[in-house]
Design a binder for this molecule. Structure first.
Ligand code: GDP
Length: 328
């Protein structure tokens, strides 16, 4: 049975990927950060098969020990400070973890290879935020990168570092340029989950309104469960490469609101939504739409869940969750 090591095991993608790999018969190891990490229980409850290994992306010896403990055949680097808005407030920390963390794990892999003569395959979670102020529509693997946030800049560093280590050392290191991907496990700070939760609470009479930022931005939103399959597929190829993973469709925040409110039978969302400068960003990514042609042709990957089903899945989940929480 192959061994996989996942960083970012406590996040949305880490959990879906762990489930996928356990289902495929992998021994799955997850890097867990910090003392008494409060998310440990979540991983243990959802994917009890995962073996947790202590370590931190900013601590190279701990990464080397995690590689040794897991005897990893495949390493998935999903660990990051992942919230764009927050990255302006803690730019250095974002750079340290989301950017430098990639270099750290690649250096740990080199040391591991030198000491143990084993060469695990490597997946880097790159991001459509790297396209930022987009230079081409739709965005492909060749589109110029023009990030618009400390998060985006850090992801660009990680992306090019992955390519550089592939070219310099012949590592099987692939980079997945994933467009926004969501699910009922998405953190509530992201716009889809913020909206799905608020819509559920408004429907149940638990809140009156939702306060939002820019409603005109457009995103290419897919389902996280579909996207982790692409990660695995990349590491099964003979050659490492970079792939855009997207649906090829884009929707505005307004359309997200319209679709989510319609799920609970509220056809006019406007009375429930207020805008506030607090949720506006110093620089915005206005339009993201990816072209997943290469992934479709080379990996045989395609998304299964479309935008309306994704929104419905998230709103239904939040309705159930809020009912349980509040006994309504
Ligand atoms: P991102 O694409 O990684 O930044 O994912 P987010 O889900 O955080 O944001 C997606 C888009 O929604 C961005 O263009 C935000 O400016 C926009 N947006 C508008 N209002 C909000 C809000 O209240 N919260 C968040 N997170 N995003 C918002």
């Amino acid at each position: 049975m192959p061994n996989a090591l996942i960083t970012g095991i406590t996040g949305q993608d880490g959990l879906y990927l762990a489930e996928l790999l356990v289902g495929k018969g992998y021994n799955v190891f997850g890097l867990i950060r910090g003392q008494n990490n409060p998310k440990t229980e979540l991983v243990e409850a959802l994917v009890p098969e995962v073996r947790l290994v202590a370590g931190d992306l900013s601590d190279i010896p701990s990464l080397l020990r995690a590689l040794e403990a897991s005897e990893a055949d495949e390493v998935y680097n999903l660990g990051a400070i992942s919230y764009v808005a927050y990255s302006w407030d803690q730019a250095l920390l974002t750079n340290e973890v989301t950017g430098r963390g990639v270099l750290n794990i690649l250096e740990a892999l080199r040391l591991y290879e030198q000491i143990h003569r084993r060469s695990p395959r490597f997946y880097q979670a790159s991001s459509s935020e790297m396209f930022g102020k987009v230079h081409q529509v739709p965005q492909t693997e060749e589109t110029l990168l023009w990030p618009r946030s400390p998060y985006g800049v850090s992801k660009v560093f990680g992306h090019y570092t992955t390519i550089n280590y592939r070219e310099s050392y012949g590592m099987h290191a692939s980079s997945g340029i994933l467009f926004n991907h969501e699910s009922p496990r998405r953190g509530p700070e992201f716009v889809t989950r913020k909206v799905s939760r608020a819509v559920a609470r408004i429907k149940l009479g638990l809140q009156d309104e939702i306060v939002m930022g820019n409603l005109d931005a457009k995103r290419d939103w897919g389902f996280a469960g579909d996207y982790v399959e692409a990660m695995w597929m990349m590491l099964q190829q003979d050659e490492a490469d970079d792939y855009v993973i997207a649906t090829g469709e884009t929707h505005s925040i307004k359309e997200l609101l319209e679709t989510a409110f319609a799920v609970v039978g509220l056809d006019d969302w406007t009375p429930y939504v207020r805008q506030d400068a607090r949720f506006m960003r110093p620089a915005e990514v206005d339009l993201l739409i990816g072209d997943p042609k290469k992934a479709r042709e080379k990996l045989g990957w395609k998304p299964r869940v479309a935008f309306p089903q994704l929104v419905e899945m998230m709103v239904e989940n939040d309705l159930n969750e809020q009912k349980k929480l509040h006994g309504v």
